[in-house]
Design a protein around this ligand. Structure first.
Ligand code: GDP
Ligand code: MG
Length: 425
């Protein structure tokens, strides 16, 4: 069984939490895109963990975790993440962690370039996480990337790196006027953290191919959501990689295989980090209250997230591009304080109402049409069946299900592993 767990919205839907929950049925968990700009929070009996690079399955004994070729990996950050897990006595070994030799290394100069560019843009900035993600993906496609597998031979690595750094300095030194990138320093960094990463380097494509032949269950864990996909998201306010399920097998290393199932993680309200159009955004006290109650501060950066009501056009679009077969609706409990629950049911674009998510500049002109549903005003964090929920909460779920047209299979009512309802069909 090949299952992708993906975000329907702008990210931070609770993917880490759902992967942690559902991973018990899977042998292998794969991250297939993105880098350490991700922040996946997992709370379970072993504590609270924030993972940036490692697949969330690392917290489950008996699962093998894979970092696929679609990822960009800051190996210093990875070394730190592994170290922090070991401190909490979580096993990380070549037995349960495999890193694709084709994944690209995010280098210190990518971070530097990211920061230089954000500073150059000043008030026009994109809201980058400043972790080098856009520059490293740009280099990958310009074929100027260093791959994880390059760590296996420092001599050829040095040669490759020299050519790339000469080229990079055309930008860093000659373009931005910053201090030039130094070959020795970069090489030293690569060797230092390369030694830590080396034992995990694997021909992941072959490994996963064999695993599928043995009938292993594989889960593909996405970073961010549909609306941040480089092609289908709110470009240019997107991430620099493909967050959609169609890329899962490709970024993992088995592009010829087909997914059996796509689980879309969808939040009971909206949140969005950084810049870009966010049609139904709330402001002022209303926003403050939702942000506080939902704990909407970036897991990777601590930045306050922008918040809004559940957005039907955006979510319907997310469900479509993700090809979601079933939905996990998360953070329903957060809405408990509301007397009436706002939902953005349609957009108005140039005087016309629509539930289609507009593309291009039309999105900037879209205005939200809000409807209100009765609040449920009750702590639902202990609910474990649909019947445990107040009828207003059930009505809210049904409303969302009908408006978006995708079946809701799981409802998450707290951050803890067991805090969920599985809807029996
Ligand atoms: P991800 O990037 O999609 O993995 O999501 P994040 O970890 O960035 O953000 C989700 C946040 O919501 C985390 O702090 C989770 O612990 C928390 N969370 C997840 N599901 C629920 C839920 O059902 N209720 C509440 N109250 N919090 C949740
Ligand atoms: Mg997150």
């Amino acid at each position: 069984m090949l299952t992708a767990i993906v975000g329907i919205n702008w990210g931070d839907e609770g993917k880490g939490r759902m992967v942690d929950l559902l991973s018990s049925k899977y042998d292998i968990i794969v991250r297939y895109q993105g880098g350490n700009n991700a922040g996946h929070t997992v709370v379970n009996e072993r504590g609270k963990f924030i993972l940036n690079l490692l697949p969330s399955g690392i917290l489950r004994e008996g699962t093998v975790n894979v970092m696929g070729n679609g990822m960009v990996i800051d190996i210093e950050h990875l070394a730190g993440e592994i170290e922090r897990l070991r401190e909490k006595e979580i096993e990380v070994s070549p037995e349960n962690l495999k890193i694709s030799e084709k994944a690209i290394i995010c280098l210190p100069y990518h971070k530097e370039q990211d920061i230089l560019e954000e500073e150059r843009l000043a008030d026009k900035k994109f809201g980058s996480t400043r972790r080098g993600i856009a520059p490293v993906y740009a280099d990958k496609y310009a074929k100027k990337g260093i791959r994880i597998g390059d760590l296996l031979d420092y001599n050829t690595l040095e040669e490759k790196l020299k050519g790339i750094i000469d080229w990079k300095n055309l930008t860093i030194e000659k373009g931005y006027g910053a201090n030039p990138i130094k070959l020795e320093e970069t090489l030293e960094w690569l060797k230092k953290y390369g030694e830590i990463v080396k034992p995990y380097i694997t021909d992941v494509s072959k490994y996963l191919d064999e695993a599928t032949k043995q009938g292993k269950n594989i889960m593909f864990e996405a970073q961010l959501g549909a609306l941040r996909d480089i092609d289908f998201g709110i470009y240019p306010y997107t991430s620099s990689s493909q967050t959609i399920s169609a890329y899962a097998t490709c970024g993992a290393g088995i592009p010829g295989k087909k997914l059996d199932n796509v689980v879309g993680i969808m939040k009971a309200y909206s949140s969005c980090v950084g810049e870009g159009p966010f049609t139904a955004e709330m402001f002022g006290e209303e926003a403050e209250r939702l942000r506080e109650t939902g704990g909407e501060y970036g897991a990777a950066t601590g930045r306050p997230r922008r918040v809004g009501p559940f957005d039907v056009p955006a979510s319907k679009y997310g469900i479509r591009v993700q090809g979601a077969d079933e939905i996990a609706l998360t953070k329903l409990d957060v809405l408990s304080y509301m007397d009436k629950i706002p939902v953005c049911v349609e957009y108005e674009v140039d005087g016309k109402r629509t539930t289609d998510f507009p593309t291009g500049d039309a999105l900037n002109r879209a205005k939200p049409i809000i409807e209100y549903l009765p609040g449920f005003k009750k702590d639902i964090s202990q609910a474990r069946t649909l019947e445990d929920l107040p009828k207003e909460a059930r009505a809210y779920i049904k409303f969302i299900e009908e408006k978006t047209g995708a079946p809701i299979r799981y409802i998450s009512v707290s951050p803890e592993r067991e805090g969920y309802i599985e809807v029996k069909k």
